[in-house]
Design a protein around this ligand. Structure first.
Ligand SMILES: C[S@@+](CC[C@H](N)C(=O)[O-])C[C@H]1O[C@@H](n2cnc3c(N)ncnc32)[C@H](O)[C@@H]1O
Length: 285
């Protein structure tokens, strides 16, 4: 473990915080692009029905899973479109590379990819919860036509289908709002497991965005009885360097702060100094 980093807590730079904020907002009166375009073009939902449909699915899902990702409509954010590398990633999947959306939940990124022409047989989703992946079919109305394989797996289960059947097979792994649900030590473990799922070809890529903070810290979430570690771009880079070193591989890690709309929209506590953290990790060797 690198100097200055504790095994359990990592580089805590600010006092621990408590996330006691809204996890649900008022029903939306408009569904913005690119989600609207996916719902109209891929799901074939008439334009006038999109708002009601999305609000209904959100409300039904939130009764079972009262998380911000559901209550605050984060399932409408299609993160990969914000990366300059998206066209290159799409092309690599069209040419046979395998893609995984890890912790995919409703799997909106997967719908964007298939809408953009990615072959469904090269696209996979994985999540702990089959219910959430099934809820994705209800949102996108595509159970009969999607043809993507969804794998129900706990990332920590070494016997799971994901880890036994797909070791070293993915050329692109997207994981948004996934790594930030874990404490520091668990995140290093998940980073190593994710690197193990990645193809050993140089250029294979892990990318996504998640909630970070201006000063790294542990944050407690009393409503779900969990604590998670929130990163700065600096601690996030360090974590991947540690994980890659422990795996004996080399990676290039890009991590930047970007605009965090939920912060403005839903009044999350200012003192938690949340940012949106965007990252791309490319395998060098
Ligand atoms: C905050 S949601 C993010 C969903 C989606 N990626 C997005 O950005 O909208 C985190 C997802 O990770 C999944 N998850 C949490 N722990 C997991 C684990 N141990 N193994 C696999 N998936 C897990 C949850 O079920 C949930 O769907």
């Amino acid at each position: 473990m690198a100097q200055g980093y504790s095994q359990e807590d990592g580089p805590v730079e600010a006092p621990p915080g408590v996330m006691n904020a809204k996890t649900i907002c008022e029903p939306l009166s408009e569904i913005p692009d690119p989600a609207r375009e996916v719902l109209e073009k891929w799901s074939q939902i008439p334009s006038a029905d999109v708002v009601q449909h999305v609000n209904d699915v959100r409300d039904r899902a939130y009764e079972v899973y009262p998380w911000p990702s559901i209550g605050l409509y984060q399932f409408l954010d299609i993160h990969m479109l914000g990366f300059d590398s998206y066209p290159e990633i799409l092309q690599s999947i069209k040419e046979g590379g395998l893609f995984l959306d890890l912790g995919c939940c409703f799997a909106q990124e997967i719908r964007q990819l298939v809408l953009d022409g990615a072959p469904a047989e090269n696209v996979f989703g994985a999540d702990l919860s089959i219910d959430l992946m099934n809820m994705g079919y209800k949102l996108f109305l595509d159970e009969e036509k999607l043809g993507v394989r969804f794998i129900t797996s706990d990332i920590f289960d070494s016997q799971s289908t994901l880890r036994s059947e797909f070791k070293g097979r993915f050329s692109v792994i997207h994981a948004s709002n996934f790594f930030h649900v874990f404490p520091w030590a668990k995140t290093i473990e998940v980073a190593k497991i994710t690197l193990g799922l990645l193809s050993d070809q140089p250029g294979s890529t892990i990318l996504g965005t998640q909630v970070g903070t201006k000063r790294a810290k542990n944050v407690a979430f009393p409503h779900v009885n969990k604590t998670a570690f929130f990163h700065t771009p600096g601690t996030w880079k360090k974590l991947w360097v540690i994980a890659a070193e422990e795996m004996g591989i080399q990676v290039d890690v890009q991590a930047t702060e970007s605009y965090f709309p939920s912060h403005d929209l839903h009044g999350w506590p200012e003192e938690l100094e949340f940012i949106r953290l965007r990252f791309q990790i490319r395998r060098l060797s």
